[in-house]
Design a binder for this molecule. Structure first.
Ligand code: HSE
Length: 422
């Protein structure tokens, strides 16, 4: 029997979930896996505060050294969230030879090199399955089950809050602000929703995923990011008429030796597996040269789904003799500054002879070919109509340049939304 002493850094929702899972299912884990866990200390800001699970007062401390320096603590589980002091505490724990298990994508993505270097130098374990997509075993898959593959692309719905909002907008034709307010009322979105709706949360996760997929460090600052605050019901509806579903997609691809990592509203064909991932669910769609396409689907947030990944990491760490660290090269990665995909474009155009040829001519001059086009509804009181088209696969830079040159009295660009999986 392997006996492991654990220290917690933080004990909010996720920490309480781990405490609950270990205290209610620990005996069975011991039987199944031959490892037993003893929670020795829990760092909290206010030891006297009421918690969702009854935790013995003698475990609680407000002194970080009680966790980082206790020789009987083998594994430090970090649930503080945020960049600091979490990343400094994790680095210190690793330097003390302790294994770190964390769900903190922000600290990990922002301080990847420092944290991984400390683990490597001190031979300590670093486990972070819960940092990307909660319960979904995508980190294990990348580091382990898919090792025999050259991964060519990863596309994911990796933020549940935005997927919930977009799913409802799509189902109900509702406006972004109304669904967000509802999600906040239901506790599904934070009072300050910025990290989710502006794509920061997904960008941290994509930095970690793409680093593992392509074996080169993809810093979070190199992830292109656009949130969902500008998404309109009209775009969602027009997309539907083209057989497309709108998602906040995290996309990472390696093409011609360059990596693209981007988070933005994206249409996918209704027939694509990602189109059926709704509400707060997450999914990651991976393409490997040997395995082909596969999709991982499940719950990306919540105390117990996240605890599932954290405790599984704990068991894996406890049963591992020599911890393996991610196989990431020190070579800097070359990021793409342009990419090509199908584009959905919505314009407001004067309904008069020659405007269509003006639009198609300008796009053609930039090498962009139109795949299909519709003019929607009757002209407004000034004689303008909605003109919506899909391009063939084209360079984004070329599409943007053509539209910038078109913008004027007769034509103005309302939206450009990338389409993937077509
Ligand atoms: N806020 C995240 C989401 C969960 O909505 O998916 C934690 O990363």
């Amino acid at each position: 029997m392997v006996r492991i002493g654990i220290g917690f850094l933080g004990c909010g929702n996720i920490g309480c979930g781990v405490y609950r899972l270990l205290t209610t299912y620990g005996d069975q884990i011991e039987k199944n896996e031959g490892v037993s866990f003893e929670i020795r200390r829990i760092l909290v800001r206010s030891p006297g505060k009421k918690r969702s699970w009854d935790i013995p007062a003698q475990l609680l401390t407000d002194q970080v050294q009680d966790v980082l320096c206790d020789p009987q603590i083998d594994v430090v589980m970090e649930f503080m969230g945020g960049e600091e002091p979490a990343s400094s505490y994790m680095t210190a724990a690793l330097k003390n030879g302790k294994t770190v298990v964390t769900a903190n994508k922000m600290a990990l993505a922002s301080h990847w090199q420092q944290i991984v270097a400390a683990a490597r130098e001190y031979g300590a374990g670093l486990y972070y399955e819960a940092s990307v997509c909660g319960a979904i075993p995508i980190i294990r898959a990348m580091n382990d089950s898919l090792q025999a593959n050259r991964i060519t692309s990863v596309m994911g719905i990796i933020n549940g809050t935005t997927n919930y909002i977009l799913s409802r907008m799509s189902r109900e034709g509702a406006a972004y602000a109304d669904v967000l307010a509802d999600a906040q009322r239901l506790g599904l979105a934070e009072p300050d929703p910025t990290a989710d709706v502006e794509g920061y949360d997904a960008a941290y996760k994509l930095s970690i995923l793409s680093t593992l997929a392509f074996h080169r460090h993809v810093p979070v600052e190199c992830v292109y990011r656009e949130g969902i605050t500008g998404v309109t019901p009209l775009d969602v509806q027009c997309g539907k008429e083209f057989g497309l579903t709108l998602k906040l997609l995290a996309v990472a691809k390696e093409e011609d030796g360059r990596i693209q990592a981007r988070v933005h509203p994206t249409f996918v064909p209704d027939s694509h597996p990602l189109a059926g991932v709704n509400d707060a669910f997450n999914a990651v769609y991976v393409n490997g040269h040997a395995c082909g396409e596969m999709m991982f689907y499940g719950r990306g947030a919540g105390d117990m789904p996240t605890a599932s990944a954290l405790v599984s990491d704990l068991i894996k760490a406890a049963r591992t003799k020599r911890h393996l660290l991610p196989a990431v090269s020190d070579e800097p990665c070359e990021m793409a500054d342009d990419w090509s995909c199908v584009h959905f474009v919505r314009l407001l155009a004067k309904d008069e002879p020659g405007v269509l040829s003006l639009v198609s001519g300008k796009l053609a001059a930039h090498g962009v070919s139109i795949a299909s086009m519709v003019q929607k509804g009757e002209p407004d009181e000034n004689g303008y109509v909605q003109m919506i088209f899909l391009t063939h696969r084209a360079s984004e830079r070329a599409v943007r340049s053509a539209l910038a040159e078109l913008d004027g009295e007769k034509v103005s660009t309302c939206s450009v939304i990338r389409v993937e999986g077509k």
